[in-house]
Design a protein around this ligand. Structure first.
Ligand SMILES: [Zn+2]
Length: 298
């Protein structure tokens, strides 16, 4: 027999296939009817070849073929059923026959580790472009969640507003474990917030810190109107008030975010030292609600 039937594989064999797929960060659920899906991912290897060179794709295909061969021999002898079959010889031909628009958007590798703030910022902005265009990456979050049991190594720390429309991991098309987020209304920080950022940046060795303002911020708007003076909200208003530019909510929000950057660098010796040693890059940016775009302010 030249092919395999997913339906005839044992749970162990399905596990092997699943591991192979997971090894490349591919997002596929195994099932009897999912063969085409699996092949689409193999086709994706051809796309990867164009992007990353021959070697990567060949290795991927070789792994696929040897796994298929081994499963084929284990599966042979079981009752034949009329199902889609995959054989190593068929793989390249099938892959050639697939059209680009059949293929799901590229699946990112499991771990991204930019070494510098500049690289980290490039990754974030590339992710934001995906978000703006609605071309989000299909991350294998289940596999990544398990990998992250060993510890987190985020590559960016972000201070942003608690506003439910502002969600950095989604806005920057990131995976779990990639962005360390400190959220608070009006993206202002108190000593606990500073401690959070210190921990994220120094302890986790994050090369990029972003203060992310956003359009139509309720906290900044309230402060501009002189409201929000009840209860603990007053503490937030006091933080924002020095940045208020009368009659201009958006300019106030921008000024507020820049003030948060200054506040961090004035009050965190350890972060200031990291910036001086060029181990940390601190930027200020703004999220635009309608377009989804993040633009740089500073
Ligand atoms: Zn806000």
């Amino acid at each position: 027999m030249d092919g395999i039937r997913l339906s005839s594989l044992s749970p162990h064999q399905l596990g092997e296939l699943s591991d192979f797929i997971g090894k490349y960060g591919l997002d596929i659920e195994l099932g009897e009817e999912k063969t085409a899906n699996f092949l689409l991912r193999l086709w994706n290897a051809e796309e990867e070849k164009r992007k990353h060179g021959e070697k990567y794709s060949r290795k991927m295909l070789k792994d696929a073929e040897s796994l298929i061969l081994s499963m084929n021999s284990q599966a042979s002898g079981q009752a034949a059923e009329k199902r889609t079959q995959i054989g190593p010889a068929q793989v390249p031909g099938i892959m050639r026959g697939m059209r680009p628009h059949d293929v799901p958007r590229e699946v990112e590798s499991m771990e991204r580790k930019p070494k510098t703030g500049e690289e980290a910022l490039r990754l974030l902005m590339k992710g934001n472009k995906n978000f703006v265009e609605g071309k989000m990456t299909q991350y294998d979050v289940v596999k990544r969640r398990k990998e992250l049991l060993e510890g987190q190594q985020p590559f960016a720390a972000i201070v942003c507003c608690s506003d439910s429309r502002v969600e950095p991991v989604i806005t920057f098309d990131a995976n779990i474990g990639e962005i360390f987020v400190a959220k608070g209304a009006g993206n202002v920080l108190d000593s606990v917030g500073l401690g959070t950022i210190e921990y994220g940046v120094e302890h986790l060795k994050v090369p990029l810190l972003m203060i992310l303002a956003h359009e139509k911020c309720g906290a900044v708007t309230a402060c501009c109107k002189g409201g929000g003076n009840e209860g603990h909200v007053r503490d937030i208003m006091e933080k924002i008030r020095p940045s208020v530019i009368p009659g201009n909510v958006e300019a106030s929000a921008d000024a507020n975010a820049k003030a948060v950057k200054s506040y961090i660098l004035q009050n965190c010796d350890v972060l200031r030292r990291l910036v001086e040693e060029r181990k940390l890059m601190v930027v200020v940016a703004k999220y635009h609600l309608e377009s989804g775009k993040v633009t740089m302010l500073e």
